[in-house]
Design a binder for this molecule. Structure first.
Ligand code: HPA
Length: 285
């Protein structure tokens, strides 16, 4: 975790990382894709792949979590050039949010205009079942409300304004494509608000009832920092959660959530997620 000691990156740092990536690929990706826990196999669908390990890229955080590979896979999916993050870093690993979101700004410098984020999440909405996909339509940033925002620190005007709006953090156009595509394919696509918590401990039943009361449909430990930084630099964002487990709202239920369960269910959802993403990506201009 070589970047841990550095609190804020300079514009030149982002350029160094982007220059390195550019030197290692023949492609010019326009769409960024982040693969969450258990969803790594999706990167195997990328054709003409140029693979770059995070540990080789200047300033890049590299994740050590089981279920998260650590490499960029740049290549073609459904006729579009994608830069895929096979694995991401998390706040609970000890990284600052500036580290976690560095890859987004690197994508921006490489010419990416659309970001698709995926994650594993616990279902809070009582209509949801483990194995569902959920289109993220908005988020609750509990880590941010606690003071940790990836945009904290000197603002880099080259990327965006000091006080960016988050009124449409998830592109209405992409939400529309996702809805339409799911309908065309006959895939059940739930919709909801994603609550971002720090983890790594899972939520208590009281916390789940609290999150439910304030409007969360699903809860997870990622995604929101990347979405904020992508919006700041003007990318269109779409997010899909795989609901890997149903959260536990009753005390002494005898039930437990585990990382193994998250990875297992994540794996089972992959084929459907691949089918959906392929068809959505095809629609993006
Ligand atoms: N809580 C938080 N993060 C998660 C969960 C959960 O239940 N499932 C997958 N990621």
């Amino acid at each position: 975790m070589t970047t841990r000691s550095k609190d804020f990156f300079t514009y030149e740092n982002y350029q160094e990382a982007a220059d390195f990536v550019r030197s290692k690929t023949r492609h010019q990706p326009k769409i960024g894709l982040i693969l969450g826990s258990g969803l790594s196999p999706l990167a195997d669908e990328i054709d003409q792949a140029d693979i770059i390990r995070y540990q080789d890229i200047p300033h890049f955080p590299h994740s050590g979590v089981v279920g998260h590979a650590g490499q960029l896979v740049i290549g073609k999916l459904a006729g579009q050039m994608l830069i895929t993050m096979q694995g991401r870093s998390h706040f609970y690993e000890g990284y600052l949010l500036q580290h976690i979101t560095l890859p987004i700004r690197v994508m921006k410098l490489l010419g990416v205009t659309t970001l698709i984020v995926t994650n594993a999440a616990g279902g809070i909405n009582t209509n949801f079942e483990a194995g569902n996909l959920m289109l993220i339509i908005d988020h609750l940033n509990f880590v941010g409300n606690g003071g940790h925002n990836p945009l904290r620190g000197p603002n880099l005007e080259e990327f965006g304004p000091r006080f960016p709006s988050m009124a449409q953090a998830y592109s209405p156009q992409l939400v529309g494509y996702a809805r339409q595509t799911a309908q065309e394919l006959g895939i059940t696509l739930r919709e909801g608000v994603y609550a971002y918590v720090a983890g790594p401990s899972f939520e208590t039943p009281a916390e789940i009832r609290f999150l439910s009361a304030v409007g969360a449909d699903a809860v997870g430990m990622s995604t929101v920092p990347e979405v904020i930084v992508a919006n700041h630099c003007g990318m269109a964002v779409m997010g899909i959660s795989s609901i890997t487990n149903i959260t536990i709202r009753e005390l002494h239920s005898g039930l437990e959530t585990s990382h193994e369960e998250v990875l297992e269910t994540g794996k089972k959802i992959v084929p459907q997620l691949i089918q959906l993403l392929r068809a959505i990506v095809e629609k993006i201009e």
